[in-house]
Design a protein around this ligand. Sequence first.
Ligand SMILES: [Zn+2]
Length: 290
Amino acid sequence: MMSTPIEMITEESALQASGFYWRERDDVRALVCEPLEEDGFTNAFSTRVGGVSPMPESALNLAGFNEDESENIYENRRRFLKLFEGEWLLTGCWQVHGIDVRVVRTREEANQKPGVLGDDQYCDALVSRTPNVLLAVKTADCVPVLIDDPITRSFAAVHAGWRGTSSSIIKQAIGQLENQFGAVAANLRVAIGPAANHCCYEVGSDVISVFKERFANADDLLAPTRDGHARINLHQANREQLMDAGVSPDRIHVAPFCTMDRNDLFFSYRQEKQRHGRVGRLMSVIGTRE
Ligand SMILES: [Zn+2]
């Protein structure tokens, strides 16, 4: 019998404790948040595994049409969607590191030309309660956040890089869930996906000064490294903003992965941009069925 390496056992138990598990179909692999699923919400955070893109090979690149052949991206999306039962409309937006939230009220609003994925809509978060619509955000190091409300059946997908986090994009998304659908923050459940974490993600004085200006506890989010630099904890920053908005800490689930450390599983802009020039995009999705 082969023995399992100790780090694999540690990784498995960390994953289980955090509320996530791996879903695999054919060669495609994604991370699913179990408590969101138990609330009745289909959800997943994609990996780079099981696709057709040469990034550098068999990569599941799900967006970024200027960096990959569109046929590759469509095929990768087809493979990714096979992870979920039923028919889904995938809908997203053209992400600009801003604070605008797109409200998707109907299937018609969600329905877009194949591959377009809402690229005419500039925003960084989406909210909806339309069944069979999968809201999607694209990342490669930025923080993807998925939110469900089991009471109103509304849900949200949020893209929170350092800019979005510094402008509290997550609070904008929660505000729209409240205003549009009558959600109450205390009922929300949240999954924070793989991102560049505080173990690796070093920022410069520009980012440091923005955080120090906007957050009283910025020193807790920044670990100084060399002169004028610090490692930043965006997972923690978003977690704190969620609690600030009224989300209960035991309803916030954080995936125990750093995209920069686990470049074998995830695309990382910071690890790959200089090395390959082209970087794939991960996709995080949430939706509910009728
Ligand atoms: Zn790391």
